[in-house]
Design a protein. Structure first.
Length: 168
């Protein structure tokens, strides 16, 4: 995955549309499905929990399928990019301890993964207005820069790909 320049205002606007559409779609379809099931198959005990639960599950599945089908739509570009970035950062986060140990010993691939993580996190936090943890990110970046200079490693995140993580 490569980091892209994203228009923050456009991303936020499109994300808000997706969120509202998901909430409205999930609410309307789960109610429609559960009420239809209750009407067609009423329970003598008066409890319709299983029909309501089934309505929510089916609606969630339909919503998931719809989002997967809309993933390639041009208006979903920024939202999908952020979803994929969060996934890529999560994969790195799971290996963070091992990456830090290897980076400390001069492993260029570990340093590259950490650099991608730091740059991606910085971009993500700016898009989401989550600047509270930028100080800790700056400290981590400073340490990585020290290791890169110490071992003579050039960190170009365009060279990063998720297969690097398999070594850790």
């Amino acid at each position: 995955m490569q980091l892209l320049d994203i228009n923050k205002a456009q991303y936020r606007a499109r994300l808000n549309v997706v969120i509202v559409a998901c909430i409205a779609g999930l609410t309307a379809s789960s109610l429609a499905i559960s009420q239809t099931l209750i009407h067609l198959l009423p329970s003598e005990s008066g409890s319709h929990f299983h029909w309501n639960a089934l309505g929510v599950v089916v609606s969630a599945a339909l919503l998931g399928i719809t989002l997967l089908n809309l993933k390639t739509h041009p208006k979903m570009k920024e939202v999908v990019y952020v979803w994929e970035l969060k996934h890529a950062l999560n994969l790195i986060y799971r290996k963070n301890r091992q990456l830090l140990e290897h980076a400390k010993q001069g492993n260029a691939q570990a340093m590259l993964a950490l650099q991608f993580s730091y740059d991606g996190s910085r971009q993500l936090w700016k898009l989401d207005d989550n600047t509270i943890t930028m100080d800790s990110l700056h400290k981590s970046q400073t340490q990585l820069d020290i290791w890169a200079r110490e071992y003579g490693v050039e960190l170009d995140i365009r060279q990063y790909h998720s297969k690097i993580l398999k070594a850790f």
